[in-house]
Ligand binder design. Structure first.
Ligand code: ADP
Ligand code: MG
Length: 247
């Protein structure tokens, strides 16, 4: 996949539009941030990209291949070369870290030994090999994040979809995980789609961004330009706070 394209994507819940004719493109190698307030439709957008939810209207395309069309998921999530880290991580609580990663690979039909090797290598790369036999409930927030990251990266995705990945972490852990994500994405040549309500996280990881408000794209382009010029409330507030910090 070199280019993912969303064309006029709308999603409705109870006849209320949650996404309204959203268009966006993700080019491999250019990390995209989706910035918006709580409730603006960010998680829904990621689920549509991942193939976990069909659009009510519009198309999801990879190059020229249609992945989703209105009411239908044509290409299943495990066949999209994408992986997602969910807002609540979504680790299976009754499985240890290793089993979580292994089960994440089940859609790929790897040989047993290959799945085992890949699981071990990915846990190591994410710095949690020593936690392989611990249940998620016994891990700290940062450790759980790393396991969730390992589960996503083990499928060797082209696109890694991160839903508010740093929320709820203390500042030091947040910084550690941010650096890890930067490093892992670079090493594995994974392109990121980062959903966040925090433009500073976006600035650390992403080159381009879209700003979502009430299900509509109200700004798009290079992130630096959006930080300087976007009149959307979330970016204007961020700019004002930054100016305050400097003065
Ligand atoms: P965000 O991730 O930006 O906070 P979401 O995509 O989670 O926003 O949700 C956008 C809107 O859609 C919210 O108003 C939310 O209540 C609504 N919504 C999300 N999922 C569902 C669902 N399964 N059923 C009904 N409404 C939903
Ligand atoms: Mg969300």
């Amino acid at each position: 996949m070199t280019r993912l394209c969303l064309e006029n994507i709308s999603v409705e819940y109870n006849s209320q539009k949650v996404l309204d004719r959203v268009c966006l493109e993700v080019e491999t190698g250019s990390n995209l941030a989706v910035i918006g307030r709580s409730g603006s439709g960010k998680s829904t957008l990621l689920r549509v990209i991942a193939g976990l939810e069909p659009p009510a209207s519009g198309l999801v395309l990879s190059n020229d291949e249609v992945l989703s069309e209105p009411g239908h998921i044509l290409i299943a999530p495990e066949r999209r070369r994408m992986a997602m880290v969910f807002q609540d991580l979504g680790l299976w609580p009754n499985l240890d870290a290793e089993q979580n990663v292994r089960l994440g690979l089940s859609g790929l039909r790897l040989k047993r030994a290959q799945a085992r090797r890949r699981t071990t290598a990915t846990l190591e790369r994410c710095g949690v090999a020593q936690l392989a036999h611990r249940l998620p409930g016994t891990l700290s927030g940062g450790e759980q994040q790393r396991v969730a990251l390992a589960r996503a990266l083990a499928v060797e995705p082209v696109l890694l979809l991160l839903d508010e990945p740093f929320t709820g972490l203390d500042l030091v852990t947040r910084e550690d995980i941010l650096q890890e994500v930067e490093r892992l994405a670079r090493e594995q040549a994974v392109t990121l789609v980062v959903v966040t309500h925090d433009p500073s996280e976006a600035e650390r990881l992403c080159d381009v961004a879209v700003v979502l408000e009430a299900g509509q794209v109200v700004g798009r382009g290079p992130l630096g330009e959006l930080v300087r010029n976007s009149t959307s409330p979330i970016m204007a507030r961020y700019r004002a706070n930054k100016a305050k910090d400097v003065s």
